[in-house]
Design a protein around this ligand. Structure first.
Ligand code: COA
Ligand code: AMP
Length: 633
C-alpha cells in the first residue's frame, strides 16, 4: 500500500475494487469475498457480495482470539452518576455473548429488528453488539426523542423487541423512559413481542409482565451464544435520520463493507493504533456514536470511552479535560457545539490548566460546520491539530477530512479538508455540468459509493433512488452545497433541503412544521433555522392564525412549543414561536423561508422579484425585532 496521500487517493478512485480488496484482508471473514463489487444494478451496488463475516466477531472475539483479551475495550465514565468501569475485550465478549443468549431465548433470530432506546450506559453497547452476534438488526433511537418518534421507528422497522432502561440523566433532570415507552407502544400500530428494561440503581420502575421484563430476568437461563455467519450484504443496523418530510428515513448499513471501511478509518483518518485510547463524545443514538463510540474503535481493537455527561455542567467546563487526562486519551471526536459550550463558560481555559493533557494529540470535529473562531480557540488552548471533517448518517464515515494517519495536511479554516480515499466528490450545476474551481454548487459523490455507506433505505428502495440518486445521474446527492478550491479543499456552506443542525443534531424543519400545523388555531406556518452562537442553528416557528381565534398569542406560542417537545422531543430545542399576520410568499405561493432566515440572521438580502407583497418582509423584520430574534447569531 502506498503512503503518499495523493497516490492513495487516486488509486482508490481509479481502481476501487483493487483498493478495497486489499483493505478487506485486514478483517476477519468466515468466507473471504471473491466478488468485490457488483455493479450490475446501479444505483444498488454490492460490496463483497459473496463474503461472510460477523460484526460482533470483528469487534470482540477476533481480539480475544488474537491474545488481546486483557486489553481494555471500553471505559465507562459517568460524571452524572459518579460511576466508572472498565471492560476488557474478554469481559465485554462474555457480557455480550450472555446477552445474545438472552435474545436468542426470547426468540430473536437473524434478520429480526430490535429497537434500543437507552442512555449512554455500557448495557446499550452490549445490546448493540449482542444483536450483531446473532445477526439481528438493531435500530438505536436517541433518548432525546419523544414517544411519537419512537413509535414511528417501531412501526417502520416492525421491531420484535424493544430494549430500554428505567431512566437516563440529563443535568438537573431525570429522563423517565417508562412513560415515553408506554406512550410509544400506545401510538405504534405494530406490536413488539417484549420490552426489556435495564433497571438503573435506585431508579427501578415497576414492570408489567409478561410484556415487560428486566435485563436481569432476561439474563436468567441464558446460554452463551457464538457469532452467527452473516452474508456481507445482510444488514447490521437501521439508523433513522431526518428526511425532507416528517417521515424519518431508515438508513441501513450492510455488514461486510461497514467493518472493512470503519476499521481502515481508525488508522488512516484518525491515526489511531491498537494500543491507543480513543474518545468520541457523542451519543450512541447518532451516527457518530454508532461508528466512533462503538464500531470503528472496537474493530480496530483499541480502547473506546463511553461518556455519560456533557461538556459543561457535569460538573463544570473541565469535564472533557478530566476524561482526557484520567484515561490518557490520544484523540477526541466531538461536535463543534461542545467546544463552543466550553469556550462560552471558560473562555480563558482556567479549567484546562488544571489537567495534564500530555497524551492528547488531535481533536476532530464534525456534525456541523466548525466555525474558524472555535477552531482557533481550541488550537490555541490545546496546542494540537484541530480537524474539521465532513460526513453524514448516510455514509457512516467521513467524506472529507485531513487523513492524519496517511499525511498531515495544512488546515484551511472554514474548510472540511480534502475528499477521503473512496469518495469522488464533485460540485455540480443544475444543468448537470461539473462546476469550476471555487464555484458554488450542489455537492455530489460519483457512484459507486465506497464500502460502509448506505446501500439503500429500509424497505424503501424507490425512495433511496428518487431522493438521493436521481437529480444527478450517476451521482449521490449529499444535499450539502459548497465549493472545491484550487487545492482540492472542500468548503461545506449550507444544506440544500430543509435540514438544520442544532447542537450537532440533525433536524427537519419540515417535521416541526407538520407538528405546528396540527395546532387547531394555526392556519399556516414556517420553521427556519437561525444562526445561534452556541448551537450553530436554532429552530424558530412563525405561525399565522386562523381567523376568529380568540386565544391570546402567548398561549398559542406556548402550546406550539409544548407540542413540538411532546411529539419530536426536547432534542429539537424548539423554544420560540412568533405569531405573525402573514407569511411572505412568491406569487406561486412558495414561502420565502430563505429570505426570512437572512432577515433573522441580520445578513444582506434581496427582495425577491417574485414576491407577492414586499411589505410583508418589513412586517416580519419588525416582529423579529420585537421578539429580540434579530441578530441572534
Ligand atoms: N435524553 C433525553 N433528553 C436529552 C438527551 C438525551 N439523551 N440529550 C439531550 N436532551 C435534552 C436536553 O436535556 C435538553 O432538554 P431541555 O430542553 O429540557 O433543557 C434538550 O434535549 C436539548 O439538548 P441539547 O441540544 O443537547 O442542549 P443542551 O443545552 O442540553 O446542551 C450542549 C448543549 C452543547 C452542551 C450539548 O448539545 C452537547 O453536549 N453537545 C455535544 C455534541 C453532541 O453530542 N453532538 C451529537 C452529534 S456529534
Ligand atoms: P448527520 O447525518 O446527523 O451526521 O448530519 C449530516 C449533515 O451535517 C451534513 O449533511 C452537513 O450538513 C452537516 N455536517 C456534518 N459535518 C459537517 C462539517 N464538518 N461541516 C459542515 N457541515 C457538516
Amino acid at each position: 500500500m502506498k503512503s503518499d496521500f495523493d497516490e492513495i487517493y487516486k488509486e482508490s478512485i481509479n481502481n476501487p475494487e483493487k483498493f478495497w480488496q486489499e483493505i478487506s484482508n485486514d478483517i476477519f471473514w468466515f468466507k473471504k469475498p471473491s466478488k468485490i463489487l457488483n455493479k450490475s444494478n446501479p444505483p444498488f451496488y454490492k460490496w463483497f457480495e459473496d463474503g461472510t463475516t460477523n460484526t460482533c466477531y470483528n469487534a470482540l472475539d477476533l481480539h480475544v482470539d488474537n491474545g488481546r483479551g486483557d486489553k481494555t475495550a471500553l471505559i465507562y465514565d459517568s460524571p452524572i452518576t459518579g460511576n466508572k468501569k472498565k471492560f476488557s475485550y474478554l469481559e465485554l465478549k462474555e457480557k455480550v455473548s450472555k446477552f445474545a443468549g438472552s435474545l436468542d431465548n426470547l426468540g430473536i433470530k437473524k434478520g429480526d429488528r430490535v429497537i434500543i432506546y437507552m442512555p449512554m450506559i455500557p448495557e446499550a453497547v452490549v445490546a448493540m453488539l449482542a444483536c450483531g452476534r446473532i445477526g439481528a438488526v438493531h435500530s438505536v433511537v436517541f433518548g432525546g426523542f419523544a414517544s411519537n418518534e419512537l413509535a414511528s421507528r417501531i412501526d417502520d422497522s416492525k421491531a420484535k423487541l424493544l430494549i430500554t432502561a428505567s431512566c437516563g440523566f440529563e443535568p438537573g433532570r431525570t429522563v423517565e423512559y417508562k412513560p415515553l415507552v408506554d406512550g410509544a407502544l400506545k401510538l405504534a400500530k405494530h406490536n413488539v413481542d417484549k420490552v426489556i428494561f435495564f433497571q438503573r440503581k435506585d431508579n427501578e420502575v415497576k414492570l408489567n409482565a409478561p410484556l415487560e421484563i428486566s435485563w436481569d430476568e432476561a439474563l436468567s437461563n441464558q446460554k452463551d451464544i457464538d457469532c452467527v455467519e452473516m452474508g456481507s450484504n445482510e444488514y447490521a443496523y437501521i439508523l433513522y435520520t431526518s428526511g425532507t418530510t416528517g417521515i424519518p428515513k431508515g438508513i441501513v448499513r450492510d455488514i461486510g463493507g461497514h467493518i472493512v471501511a470503519l476499521k481502515w478509518t481508525m488508522k488512516n483518518i484518525y491515526n489511531i493504533e491498537q494500543d491507543d485510547i480513543w474518545w468520541s463524545a457523542s451519543d450512541i443514538g447518532w451516527i457518530v456514536g454508532h461508528s466512533y463510540i462503538v464500531y470503528a474503535p472496537l474493530f480496530k481493537g483499541c480502547t473506546t470511552v463511553l461518556f455519560e455527561g456533557k461538556p459543561v455542567g457535569t460538573p463544570d467546563a473541565g469535564a472533557f479535560w478530566k476524561i482526557i487526562s484520567d484515561y490518557k486519551v490520544k484523540s477526541l471526536f466531538t461536535a463543534p457545539t461542545a467546544f463552543r459550550a466550553i469556550k462560552k463558560e471558560d473562555p480563558e481555559g482556567k479549567f484546562f490548566s488544571k489537567y495534564d493533557l500530555s497524551s492528547f494529540k488531535s481533536l476532530f470535529l464534525a456534525g456541523e460546520r466548525a466555525d474558524p473562531d472555535t477552531i482557533k480557540w481550541a488550537e490555541n488552548l490545546l496546542k494540537v491539530p484541530v480537524i474539521d471533517h465532513w460526513w453524514q448518517t448516510e455514509t457512516s464515515w467521513a467524506i472529507s477530512s485531513n487523513c492524519t494517519g496517511i499525511e498531515m495536511m495544512e488546515t484551511k479554516y472554514g474548510s472540511a479538508c480534502k475528499a477521503v480515499p473512496g469518495y469522488d466528490v464533485k460540485i455540480i450545476n443544475p444543468d448537470q455540468s461539473i462546476a469550476k474551481e471555487n464555484e458554488m454548487g450542489d455537492i455530489v459523490v460519483k457512484l459507486p459509493l465506497p464500502p460502509g455507506t448506505f446501500p439503500t433505505l429500509w424497505n424503501a428502495d424507490k425512495r433511496y433512488e428518487e431522493n438521493y440518486m436521481s437529480n444527478y445521474k450517476g451521482y449521490y446527492q449529499t444535499y450539502d452545497a459548497g465549493h472545491i478550491d484550487e487545492d482540492g479543499y472542500i468548503w461545506i456552506m449550507s444544506r440544500t433541503d430543509d435540514i438544520i443542525n442544532v447542537a450537532g443534531h440533525r433536524l427537519s424543519t419540515g417535521a416541526i412544521e407538520e407538528v405546528l400545523s396540527e395546532h387547531q388555531s394555526v392556519a399556516e406556518c414556517a420553521v427556519l433555522g437561525i444562526a445561534d452562537k452556541l448551537k450553530g442553528q436554532l429552530p424558530i416557528g412563525l405561525v399565522v392564525l386562523k381567523s376568529g381565534v380568540e386565544k391570546d398569542n402567548d398561549t398559542i406560542s406556548k402550546e406550539c412549543v409544548q407540542m413540538v417537545r411532546d411529539k419530536i422531543g426536547p432534542v429539537a430545542a424548539f423554544k420560540v414561536v412568533i405569531v405573525i399576520k402573514r407569511l411572505p410568499k412568491t406569487r406561486s405561493g412558495k414561502i420565502l423561508r430563505g429570505t426570512i432566515r437572512k432577515i433573522a440572521d441580520g445578513v444582506e438580502y434581496k427582495v425577491p422579484p417574485t414576491i407577492d407583497d414586499p411589505k410583508i418582509l418589513t412586517e416580519i423584520k419588525e416582529d423579529l425585532v420585537n421578539h429580540k430574534i434579530l441578530n441572534n447569531g
